[in-house]
Write a protein that binds this ligand. Structure first.
Ligand code: FNR
Length: 366
């Protein structure tokens, strides 16, 4: 059995203080009718905090009426009623000793699920998209300024509410990532360009606006990915040098922690080095990073003798990487859907009691 103690050492970067290294990954649950998080939503997050997660990152939350309009059951982070109920979620999580960071989300040109929901919704950075991505309405400068303002005021609200941090969703092919990616960003104004540094301008301006509103000491986490929902093989950065050109300006603008989304944490990011995306992001920025991707999903995690050839090695590998400080925090997604007590059980060495992830559990909010 691997020694999981490293996962339970406290974390601090001077701004964010966590009781351990385990982060609940952001997961959309479609349970907030009309964008208002319910008591069930508060209980759902409370259970994971009771289960000894260190930091809860919420599901993506809409920053304004145009942003999360893919589905009206995605929670808003604006409007009196939604914010009032978010305050209850924050109190519930804090009462169990965990910290919370709302994930600010703008879907950009993703197709909406509900055609009645406040059209026009498909704002894109460019209006020009790759095959299979729905065409959107290009953002003009006024729309860009308005969207940056919506991010900044939502971030300010997270601070006012007493959250431990705010996370910006810059991953997976949504709005911010649509600017990063050369396939979707075909702008020929200062928000586009042939280099990732040029295409990062929108994100950099957004981070700067947030930083100026929340002050120096409030932690900003930035979630990024190479993969996109329409293209798992995509890469914004082909080389470590491009990764640095992409992330260093974001760190300069005020990002404190990079949350590096991979589908499998053990996959090397660039040829010639075993470092994963979180490892590289830390190396090129010097900032703490969060890794994620299939931690705790394997059968071998539940029974180390069952299929050691598949997953025992990656879990040992996770701990070895943590020990080498290649990254600082470990996010858990699906395993926490099925077992809210995941962290507590791992800490107590009760991995034999873990409830395995079952996709059917996505249908209920437990
Ligand atoms: C996700 N993921 C995700 N990511 C994100 O940045 N914002 C989000 O709102 C969501 N929503 C979401 C919903 C559901 C149902 C799943 C399963 C996933 C991705 C998630 O945060 C995480 O990166 C992946 O699930 C990989 O981690 P695991 O599940 O392998 O531990």
């Amino acid at each position: 059995m691997a020694d999981f103690r490293l996962l339970f050492e406290p974390f601090s970067n001077g701004k964010l203080n966590l009781r351990n290294r385990i982060v609940m990954a952001p997961m959309t649950r479609y349970a907030s009718a009309d964008g208002i998080p319910t008591k069930e939503v508060a209980d759902y997050y409370r259970r994971r905090a009771e289960g000894e997660v260190g930091l809860v990152i919420t599901e993506g939350v809409g920053i304004d009426r145009r942003s999360a309009s893919r589905d009206p059951s995605v929670p808003n982070f604006f409007g009196r009623r939604a914010l009032e109920n978010w305050r209850k979620v924050v109190a519930a999580v804090h009462s169990c000793g965990a910290e919370i960071a709302p994930q600010l989300w703008h879907v950009g040109a993703s197709p909406p699920k509900d055609p009645d929901w406040d059209e026009p919704v498909r704002e894109s950075p460019s209006g020009i998209f790759g095959e299979g991505i729905e065409r959107g309405q290009a953002m003009d400068e006024a729309a860009i300024a308005g969207t940056i303002e919506a991010y900044a005021s939502a971030a300010e609200e997270t601070k006012r509410m007493g959250c431990g941090a705010v996370e910006l969703h810059g991953a997976h092919g949504y709005l911010i990532d649509q600017f990063f990616w050369e396939v979707t960003n075909r702008r020929n104004d200062p928000y586009g360009g042939s280099s990732i540094a040029e295409r990062s301008r929108f994100a950099v301006e957004t981070v700067k606006a947030i930083r100026s509103r929340v002050g120096e000491n409030f932690p900003i986490i930035f979630r990024l990915s190479q993969w996109k929902i329409p293209d798992y093989a995509a890469k914004n950065a082909q080389t470590p040098q491009e990764l640095e050109q992409w992330l260093a300006p974001l760190a300069d603008a005020g990002v404190d922690i990079f949350h590096c989304s991979q589908r499998r944490f053990w996959e090397p990011e660039f040829e010639g080095s075993p470092l994963n995306l979180a490892g590289w992001a830390k190396k090129v920025t010097g900032c703490p990073t969060i890794t994620v991707g299939s931690v705790g999903l394997s059968e071998a995690f539940l029974d180390p003798d069952a299929r050691p050839e598949i997953a025992t090695a990656p879990l040992d590998d996770l701990l070895a990487r943590l020990e080498r400080e290649e990254f600082d925090l470990v996010a858990i997604g699906r395993a926490l859907i099925s077992d809210p007590q995941w962290a507590r059980k791992v800490k107590a060495g009760q991995t034999n009691l873990l409830i395995p992830y079952n996709a059917a559990d996505l249908q209920r909010l437990y």
